[in-house]
Design a protein around this ligand. Structure first.
Ligand code: NAG
Ligand code: NAG
Ligand code: NAG
Length: 350
């Protein structure tokens, strides 16, 4: 019933052009994350998920009521969507795109060029002409199918080392740093209305890596390459946020780019059942609010996406031993202090 009302309300707002990709995803009331973020038609609040999470009947109601942007956590990655050259698996991505249409949400596609989750038929290519051809086929197929349904795409994922040099990958090894320009140019031609991003981690503070990326971004823009935004992944550690997130954002927004928070989670020490104590959760809640505030303080930050909303679907415990409890909701889909601090920041912010 509540859901129906939300959709009716959205349908009554034609001026907001919900059918076209837009960061504006108006929701009401402002007592949920997406509604509070869309205040003054400004921002989205997103979740990264996999289509089959909806098999749990507790997942969908929270997804639909709290989030207005979706990132396919895995289902648009190369190894899932084109596991064999020319053979595409659209199952998961079709479900996510269809769900977004149903809930008047936007989709951030993710990703094309990365050094991970890319099939060996791609990573074993050594001929630049062949690699460019395979990249073009892939981008044209994915954006040919979804180009009108997407708000943004992380074309380039995690291109840099922490010292600011270009990371080794089939892309940089075979095509040189120029692969960034090549991929962005192909993607823009295939889907001129989709905002094209470079997405990375450890660029949320001013450091060698973010400064190097700002230089790369400026050079691309000076050459007229279609780059529209930078994704700050924001996989943070509780109590260890960079103190200068706003300054780092400004490095890019001063160039005319958007900066979105794309993969936010904040991991903390947990006990043997995977749960953090109240002191730690309070600190984590403050950290979530700080990150959201940095976005709200920048007129070119279109929104925040969390990398999964619940601890039950988090990648953290499997990768960082002794850490977890990184998300807004607990294992039982109950909102945590981080949820309430995030909501309050969105409601109070501009
Ligand atoms: C296609 O993708 C879906 C969703 O990710 C997955 O469940 C399925 O196994 C895949 N199909 C094939 C043939 O790989
Ligand atoms: C930068 O980091 C990479 C990856 O750790 C390393 O291979 C490379 O030698 C470093 N380059 C410089 C100039 O420090
Ligand atoms: C809470 O957990 C942290 C991290 O494990 C620990 O340092 C702290 O002593 C704990 N505080 C309480 C009150 O249990």
């Amino acid at each position: 019933m509540v859901q129906l009302q939300l959709h009716l309300l959205a349908a009554l707002l034609p001026a907001l052009a919900l059918a076209i990709p837009s960061p504006v995803a108006p929701r009401s009331p402002a007592t949920n994350l997406a509604g509070a973020a869309s205040k003054d038609n400004k921002r989205y609040f997103g979740d990264a998920y996999q289509s089959f999470y909806l098999a749990d009947p507790r997942y969908g109601p929270i997804l639909d009521s709290q989030f207005s942007a979706y990132t396919p956590e895995n289902e648009m990655k190369w190894e899932v969507i084109e596991p064999t050259r020319g053979v595409f698996n659209w199952t998961g991505s079709d479900l996510i795109v269809a769900h977004a249409k149903k809930t008047h949400s936007i989709v951030r596609g993710h990703n094309f060029c990365w050094d991970s989750q890319t099939p060996s038929y791609v990573t074993s290519i050594t001929d630049p002409t062949e690699l460019t051809q395979v990249l073009e086929e892939h981008i044209n197929a994915v954006l040919g199918r979804y180009g009108n349904d997407l708000y943004a795409f992380d074309v380039i994922n995690e291109p840099l080392n922490d010292n600011g040099t270009i990371k080794s990958s089939v892309w940089s090894n075979v095509l040189g740093e120029n692969y960034i320009e090549t991929a962005l140019t192909i993607a823009h031609k295939a889907a001129p209305n989709v905002k094209l991003y470079i997405n990375d981690y450890n660029i949320e503070g001013v450091n060698s890596k973010s400064q190097a990326l700002a230089t790369i971004a400026k050079n691309l823009l000076d050459k007229g390459v279609p780059l529209h935004g930078i994704g700050f992944e924001s996989h943070f550690i509780g109590g260890e946020l960079p103190g200068d997130i706003s300054q780092s954002m400004k490095q890019f927004t001063d160039l005319g780019l958007d900066v979105a928070i794309t993969e936010l989670d904040i991991r903390v020490p947990v006990d043997s059942s995977g749960i953090a104590n109240a002191t730690v959760r309070k600190l984590q809640a403050d950290n979530y609010a700080t990150v959201v505030q940095a976005c709200l303080d920048n007129g070119n930050c279109p929104g925040v996406t969390v990398w999964g909303f619940d601890d039950g679907h988090s990648w953290i415990p499997g990768v960082f031993a002794g850490q977890g409890d990184a998300n807004l909701y607990d294992f039982n889909y109950q909102p945590k202090p981080a949820y309430y601090s995030t909501l309050a920041a969105l409601q109070n912010g501009k």
